[in-house]
Design a protein around this ligand. Sequence first.
Ligand code: HQG
Length: 204
Amino acid sequence: MAEHDFNNKYKSRKMGTKEKLVSTSKFLSLILRHEPERVGLTLGGGGWVSVDALLACCAQARKPISLELLKEVVATNDKQRFAFSEDGLLIRANQGHSVSVDLGLEPSIPPDVLYHGTASRFLDSIWQEGLQKRARHHVHLTANLDVAIAVGQRHGKVVILEIDARQMHLDGHQFFQADNGVWLVDSVGVGYMRLRDEDQDIRS
Ligand code: HQG
């Protein structure tokens, strides 16, 4: 379900708990990453917003979320998309923003190899331009092959690019690790990647 389909789903009274958690997560992604103005919110420094303000704005916009549900979404989210501040008063999306946000991440040394899952139909363009961040703030990479496969499958027939992160780092490219473990870079040049062999455990 696209984030934008939340409205219709949310109205359904038949929603089970898991479905409610998923649709609330999608709605929170929409608000905390892309369109905070949809409920009259503005993201503060680091992408943080007051939990009280978030809940009040959602209620005002007729998309009420209880504090209990919010806590459950944050705790159970499959990709740890959201985080509370230590005092629990603020909340933000850990990564994936399209609105301008400085997450305040410090550069980190990446593992030697990282993966990027994408769709085979994008390969021609990727071999021309390298990996570009598109609508997001960064290109997203992962050390976990299964995660890369799942991310690529969202776009079509999955292919996995193996990124020579060690060499990129040695050449001065900055890597950041989001709070949920995703690795973020500005772009990846063609010279740093190769297609992972198809006989090496790719599920399609
Ligand atoms: C592709 C999810 C053509 C790129 C995941 C990708 C991730 C190019 C698509 C996070 C290209 C952008 C990000 C080029 C890049 N030519 N296509 N030169 N350069 N692309 O969704 O990495 O569920 O913005 O390969 O877990 O798929 O949102 O990026 O296929 O961490 O929490 O352009 O989104 O997290 O797609 O996914 P996306 P992504 P969430």
